[in-house]
Design a protein around this ligand. Sequence first.
Ligand SMILES: Cc1ncc(COP(=O)(O)O)c(C=O)c1O
Length: 412
Amino acid sequence: MASEATIPEHGRPADELLALIDDRHAEDIDWRGGRAFSLVYNVGDHEHEELIEQVGVRYLHDNALNPFKYPSVLQMELDVIAMGCQLLGTAPNAGALSSGGTESIFLAVQVARDHARQVRGIAEPQLLTPSTAHPAFAKAAKYLDLEHVKVPVGADGRADVAAMEAAMGERTGLVVGSAPCYPFGVIDPIEELAGLAAERGVLFHTDACLGGWILPWWEELGEAVRPWDFRVPGVTSISADVHKYGYAFKGASLVAYRSRELLQHQFFWYDEWPGGLYASGTSAGTRSAAPIAGAWAAINHLGRDGYLRLTEQVRATTRKAQAGIAGIDGVKVSHEPDVSLFEISGDGADIAAIGDVMDDRGWNLDRQQGGLHLMLSPYHAQVIDQFLDDLADAAAHHGESRGVEATYGGVV
Ligand SMILES: Cc1ncc(COP(=O)(O)O)c(C=O)c1O
């Protein structure tokens, strides 16, 4: 696709533009039909979807750059932070709301970099992650000019504690673990890693962008969940996206710290220009108020019982998917996933060729180097039988792989 669009000489009527947009939008991924995984977390509840849309529209034009001009937005932001911090186990004022997981990770990395410089006197701190950490960490290292030390994970897909320990040195400024990691859905041994970091006075970040809003309920349903949150003594920061399993629309993630003192490394105050004191709590300047209001509405509409109900649904679909895959010759689930996302790899069959058949049948599965990525939302309960039938058929009847590359994201 390319564009040579120019600004139209004369404005076009609203109804004409809406009709054009509707036509084009119909060509986009069909997430409402349960055919998308990971890009959208489909609750499958019309009332919930409509509520957050309405709230988004009400706040579409408001700018949270100066929250004190919008007391209603300020209150909602403080509420979302307090509710999220409570879920993760830290003080209600020890977090901030950012635009997404990547921004939350950038902020936690920046806090750790400045903490290492200011408190520990390390001029050039390093960022230490397992190889399964989200690319946002590599991107943060690039943008914040830090050396990224990456350690291969073990055969179980989890961070290798001994190898991570061996990589910790004088310059380590932040150690990272995921709960869970995106590629395999496994939780790293956070307790061990955070303990090693704490012994050395090094900060530790749990990337719970995916797990932050589902693991607490998963545990409450009686599942054994490997420790990952602030109950683990060495964990000093956590990212947890409300726009993933919090079921808000895009643009809302929580970054939380063990103390408000740590969070303060993130704040920015500047008065060396003629425009007066400029203060901001995250990397954005102008911020849309809509995702703040949407997150507030999503959390309050679902409540603890709503999250438990949806998590139960996701758990049942996950179990059904995993049992179904175990019964299909030629494919298997990679590793032992801890929650509702995992990789499907080939077990004698060519997984890339199976992926081609699934593509042809309209399933949008992300491709990884080792297989296909599956991430389940509540709505997938409606389509999981069809999915498994198609997967079984694809495993039994597929041709040569078309060689589709493993990709995630895109640049225009
Ligand atoms: C484990 C993990 N961390 C971080 C991110 C980045 O989040 P975002 O895409 O909202 O920036 C993702 C996104 O899927 C993720 O899965």
